[in-house]
Write a protein that binds this ligand. Structure first.
Ligand SMILES: [Zn+2]
Length: 86
């Protein structure tokens, strides 16, 4: 089921594999704006290095920036990859 709120999470980290900076944008769909639940969801994400495409190993320091809540409609104005409509 699709939830009401969409968040764009920007994760930045130094890749332990290739030592380059990488920034990844992830779109999260969530039923509430409850931050503690969201941060749990973000922690469960596996990020990939945009340079070498390797998965970032656990324990890597990832800095997270989160957008305000968006609706699916308003998200269309952003240049992010939306998951297909369910
Ligand atoms: Zn890398």
């Amino acid at each position: 089921m699709e939830h009401s709120f969409w968040f764009v999470v920007t994760a930045s980290f130094v890749c332990p594999n290739c030592s380059q900076n990488s920034t990844e944008k992830v779109v999260l769909n969530h039923p509430t704006t409850e931050f503690s639940e969201l941060s749990q969801k973000i922690e469960d994400q596996v990020f990939c290095c945009q340079n070498c495409k390797e998965k970032v190993p656990e324990g890597t320091q990832v800095s997270i920036e989160m957008s305000r809540p968006w609706t699916r409609e308003s998200l269309k104005s952003l240049s992010v990859d939306l998951p297909p409509e369910k």
